[in-house]
Every structure is written in C-alpha cells, then in structure tokens.
Design a binder for this molecule. Sequence first.
Ligand code: SAM
Length: 226
Amino acid sequence: MKFHILTIFPQFFSGPFDHGVVARAAQAGTLEVVLHDLRNWTHDFHRTVDDRPFGGGEGMLLKAEPIFSAVESIWPQRSPGQKVILLSAQGRKFDQKVAREYLDCEELLFICGRYEGVDERVAEHLVDDEVSIGDYVLSGGELGAAVIIDAVARLLPGVLGNSGSTINESFESGILDCPQWTRPADFRGWKVPEVLLGGNHAEIRKWRTQAALAKTTKLRPDLLGE
Ligand code: SAM
C-alpha cells in the first residue's frame, strides 16, 4: 500500500516511520510512504502556502491553490482505489473500523493542515474523507497522518509476524483486548491469575473473554452501549 503525505513539514516524519512495524514493512516493500512538500506547489519567491481568513479572525489558513495543484499533480487522474484524506479536528472520528475501511484502498493521500486550518474548498471539493483522530485540537495534521498510517499499516497482510495478532486486539470485536501478564508470575506480591499458569487452553480462552468484558465494562462502557 502506498501512503502519500502532503505537508509543510516533511522532516517531521523522519522519526515516526524510522522504527518498528512501519519501518520494517517499508523495508520489506509491503508499504511505501512518500512525502510531498506543499511548498513545491507555490510560485512566489517566499513559497507562500497561507493567507488571512476572509471575514477576519485569528491566524492564517492554508491556501486552496497549492493543495489542489499538489493533489492534481500527484494523481492527474484519481482512480477509485486512491483516496484523499484531510486531517481535521472537525472530521469524522478515526477508529479501528475506519482503519479497516482504508485497507480496501491502494493508495491514500493525507493533507496535513496547519495554522488555523485549511481553506474550506479543500474539504468541499477535493477530498474523499475529512478525518479527526480525536476530540482535541492539534497544531497540525502530521501527527494524525502518522497515527492513521501506523494503525492501517499493522493491518496489512504480512506486516505483523503473526497474522492472527490483530484479530484479538482491542476494538476488533467491539470490546477491549483482555489484560495480559508476562514473567515473573509474582511481582512484589502481585500475582498473575492462576488460570493463565495452568496450560488449559479452553479455560484460558473462557477466562480471557470474561476478563476482556470486565475491563471494557470498567474502562469503556460506551463500547457496550452503556
Ligand atoms: N481551527 C481549527 C478548528 O478549530 O477546528 C483547528 C486548526 S488546527 C490548529 C491545525 C490543523 O491541525 C488542522 O487543519 C488539522 O489538519 C490538524 N488537526 C488539529 N486537530 C486535529 C485532530 N483532532 N485530528 C486530526 N487533525 C487535526
């Protein structure tokens, strides 16, 4: 899968994608991340990407022209498998379901907003999806793009060593993953539940389902509709 990121800070991504699952998948050729500097689609001496909002108000907005030019030159003709995503605090909420939805795409192009946001014509006439990573305001879309790419990348076939490892994770079946422990079995007197030490796999499966439900009830009752 190919991920494009349109940003005024391409150097921002030298950290997040250089480690772990995404870096390994990129090395193996399962995914590719292509960074595009929005300033490459400006035509003035100062490479201006922003301007003041009509009607007044604080701060600056990313202009529509360089963003449209960038997307139209990266994909002169967009196919159904190529989706443009605008990172925005106002977008629909990204979650595990949306991550799985994006798996159907061949390529995703993320537009990272900055300043006070992006000229609304980008949301109205250019993008396929306007997406938020949560109900809070970030300074830019770059962290959101990194979060989404990480979440989608680990679902790609072959990216995780054990292909079953995403299936039992939180949100996949609508509830949280079960709590887990590793050695030592007794740490400062806090003991691992006995059933997990016994090797009875049917019992362990049953216990884990109940423990996952208990944890969901305690920490995320909203997932159970409560
Ligand atoms: N004025 C905007 C508002 O109140 O909705 C916030 C703009 S924010 C300071 C600048 C950029 O950060 C946005 O254009 C967007 O790309 C990104 N951003 C901020 N919060 C985000 C969130 N929760 N999810 C995804 N992107 C976000």
